[in-house]
Every structure is written in structure tokens, then in C-alpha cells.
Design a protein around this ligand. Structure first.
Ligand code: AMP
Length: 401
């Protein structure tokens, strides 16, 4: 998948619109609780500053509905402050997205100045992929750069309609976007083997397509988390009140059959932490999967499973991890996920982590620096694993642009 890189085009002294993904989490006091996505955008911004560009930054934040703008909750002003402290320079904050005033400010930027637009979703044209809105955004800049991997699976104006207004040589991917796409592309097309995919999380439904796409590309498929119970039930086990998607039992069987036909090793938990109810205060037991009581539910993988899963990783050269092994948000059910994070971090494989929850587990486990690559885009990385062409990637493909 060849995409234009910011390095491939001439940006010196130009007005550059950079679509960033500044959709960061905030705590209950409105403080940014994790600024990784902002820091991840800095290489591209600095590259433009070094080339005396006039920089316009655009991002969405949250999901404000058109007409329900909440200045305190949805504004990008806190992002401007964080950018200011990271870059140690003035960040001009626009009052809105595409008013005449804001367009004029963008057009009058001086070399080395940065203007941050307000939340793109403040304007209903963004989610509608509206070309009139895109053309107003386009009037601000000479060059379009997409560095918003986390938003690139959405056919929104700043991702899809906007680059249509730029010619070949005037649009490209930023460094973050390029890194994300290259990692996933290389991992799926030519991984160092053995290639092990560890898939967890709540439901089969969210990850079925990704599993179907991956199952004949990996050497081992390890399944944990809530979704494992649909597979266990498909094999005839009693899973009590554990999370099960009955309508996907046939699909679960299909995944296991493909694995068998292709010689892919398939692993499920052999024991679980069961609880009497979905609560931190629940009574718990460690039981083999053959012994789950009818009224109890499995909320984490058990100690024997941890050892088994560790064995599966021993000879891995590439490991993909998407989805926690249990309800990691509650301490009592976080061990399987924490151990998995440590095992992957300790391995000598190329390790790729996808999905917001999984990245959160890695962060809590203190393993961030040990992973080869942690994706900044949950939905976008999942769609890449499903084998889809993301609208944001399509817009800067060498074969298309
Ligand atoms: P996903 O968004 O599909 O990756 O799922 C992540 C969520 O799965 C987390 O919030 C976990 O709490 C949840 N989860 C993991 N294991 C289980 C389980 N055994 N039962 C219920 N929820 C689970």
C-alpha cells in the first residue's frame, strides 16, 4: 500500500493544513488525562515548522451533535494550551471552524505560525463529508496533510472530501499516519514468523471480520476475554452467565474450522476466574472451563491459561495484540490482561498493540516502552486488520492521488 509521504512533496514556506487526531481522553475535571495523540502529531508539525510553513491544524473532539455545541466540553482550547506547552510557542486559537474571519486569519498566517481551528465536528459538514464545507477548509491552505490515523476510517469531510480539493503533489500522509499504515501493512503482508495474534475484548461481533481476515495469515490465534465464551460454547462447554453471543456461534465454529484447515494453531482459555456477579465485590473462584457453574460468569482468564498463553508466545517473531483478556478495569479481573502485557513486552518479537483498551492495559502495566508499536487508532487499526482500505488512506494513495 504505497501512500504519498510528506517527504515526497514540496511544502517549503507553504500554507499547510494538517488533519490531526487530537481526540484525547479527559478526566472528570476536564483535564487531558493522556496526551499521547497530541505528542504523536509533533514530528509532522515540527517538520513543517522547520520548513517555514504557515500551519493550520484541524481535528475533531468527541461527538458533539450539530447545534448541541458545548463550549466547555467540546472545545479544542485545552489542546491549544497543551500544544503551547509541548512546542513552547504561541498557538493561535480560532473561534470557530470556517467562518470568513477564520479563513482570513489562516490566509494571513506568517511563516512559522500555527492556527488551531475549533472542533471540526462543530460544523455539521464534517460528518456529512460535505464538499462545500471541505472547499472552505481547502481555501485556507496550499497543501493537505493527513496525520489523523485514528479518524481515517471515517468518510468525513476533513478526511475524504477535503483532499479532493488538492492536486497530486499537494497532499500526503504525515509521519504518524505513515508509521501506522506501514506497520499494519507489513505485519499482515510479510510478518516475521511465527506470527501470533492475541485477540480479546468483550464481543466476537466487533472483531469477527478481523479474525476472519487474520486467521489464515497467522501461525497461531490466541483468543481470550469475553469473546472466548462464544467459542467455548460453540465447542459444547457450559459457560454459565458469561458473555455469549448465541447468534455468532456458527461464525465462531467457522473461524475454528478455517484455522484447522489451514494448520493454524488455535488457543482458548483452559481455566477462568468466575464471579457470582459483575462486580468488584463479587465472590470469585478459579475454575477449569469444564466446571463453570450455571449462575456464575467468567470475567478473566485463570492462572493455567496465563501459563499456556505464555508458552504460545515463546517462539513468536511477530505478535499482534488487540483486546484485553478480562474485565481489566476491575482489579480483581485485571491479572490476565496485565500478565499478557508483560509476556508480550518481555518477548523478542516485533510487538504491535491495537485498540484503545489494550493500549490502556499496556500503560497500566508499565510496558509502553517495551512494545515495538502501539497504535493510536482503535477503530482504524481494526479496519486495517479487517483488510479494508481506509478512506483517509485511499485519499493519499500513490496509485490514486
Ligand atoms: P473491546 O472494546 O471489544 O476490545 O472490549 C474491551 C472490553 O471488554 C473491556 O471493557 C473489558 O472489560 C471487556 N471484557 C473483557 N473480558 C470480558 C469478560 N470476560 N466479560 C465481560 N467483559 C469483558
Amino acid at each position: 500500500m504505497e501512500i504519498f509521504s510528506i517527504r515526497d512533496i514540496d511544502i517549503d514556506n507553504k500554507r499547510v493544513f494538517i488533519r490531526c487526531d487530537f481526540n484525547v481522553p479527559k478526566d472528570e475535571f476536564g483535564n487531558i488525562s493522556d496526551d499521547r495523540r497530541i505528542r504523536a502529531a509533533l514530528p509532522t508539525i515540527r517538520y513543517c515548522l522547520d520548513r517555514d510553513c504557515k500551519i493550520i491544524l484541524g481535528s475533531h473532539f468527541g461527538r458533539p451533535k450539530a447545534g448541541e455545541w458545548n463550549e466547555e466540553k467540546d472545545s479544542l482550547k485545552p489542546i491549544a494550551k497543551r500544544l503551547h506547552s509541548l512546542l513552547k510557542m504561541e498557538i493561535k486559537m480560532a473561534n470557530d471552524v470556517v467562518s470568513d474571519d477564520t479563513i482570513k486569519t489562516a490566509q494571513n498566517l506568517q511563516e512559522g505560525e500555527i492556527l488551531l481551528l475549533e472542533n471540526l465536528r462543530y460544523n455539521p459538514g464534517e460528518t456529512a463529508n460535505d464538499s462545500e464545507f471541505a472547499s472552505r477548509l481547502a481555501s485556507m491552505a496550499d497543501v493537505y496533510i493527513n496525520d489523523a490515523f485514528g479518524a481515517s476510517h471515517r468518510k468525513h469531510a476533513s478526511i475524504f472530501a477535503l483532499p479532493e480539493h488538492f492536486k497530486k503533489g499537494e497532499k500526503a500522509a504525515g509521519f504518524l499516519m505513515q508509521k501506522e499504515v506501514n506497520f499494519f501493512d507489513k505485519m499482515i503482508k510479510s510478518p516475521a514468523r511465527p506470527f501470533v495474534a492475541v485477540i480479546g475484548g468483550s464481543k466476537v461481533s466487533g472483531k469477527l471480520e478481523a479474525m476472519l481476515n487474520l486467521v489464515d495469515k497467522v501461525d497461531k490465534l490466541v483468543v481470550g476475554g469475553g469473546m472466548a465464551f462464544t467459542f467455548l460454547k460453540a465447542l459444547g462447554h457450559e459457560v454459565g452467565n458469561s458473555l455469549v453471543e448465541d447468534d455468532l456461534i456458527e461464525d465462531a465454529k467457522k473461524v475454528m474450522q478455517i484455522a484447522k484447515d489451514k494448520g493454524v494453531k488455535f488457543y482458548l482459555p483452559v481455566d477462568v476466574v468466575v464471579a457470582s456477579e459483575f462486580s468488584e465485590d463479587a465472590t470469585i473462584k478459579y475454575l477449569p472451563i469444564q466446571e463453570i457453574p450455571q449462575t456464575w460468569m467468567g470475567l478473566d482468564v485463570g492462572p493455567a491459561t496465563n501459563r499456556l498463553f505464555r508458552e504460545t508466545l515463546n517462539d513468536a517473531q511477530t505478535i499482534l495484540w488487540n483486546g484485553p483478556m478480562g474485565v481489566y478495569e476491575m482489579d480483581k479481573f485485571s491479572k490476565g490482561s496485565t500478565m499478557m502485557s508483560h509476556y508480550i513486552a518481555e518477548s523478542h518479537a516485533t510487538t504491535v498493540v491495537g485498540g484503545g483498551d489494550t493500549a490502556d492495559v499496556v500503560q497500566r502495566a508499565g510496558d509502553v516502552d517495551e512494545m515495538t508499536f502501539i497504535s493510536t487508532g482503535g477503530g482504524a487499526s481494526l479496519e486495517l486488520l479487517e483488510g479494508k482500505l481506509l478512506p483517509g488512506v485511499e485519499a493519499v494513495l500513490k496509485s490514486r492521488a
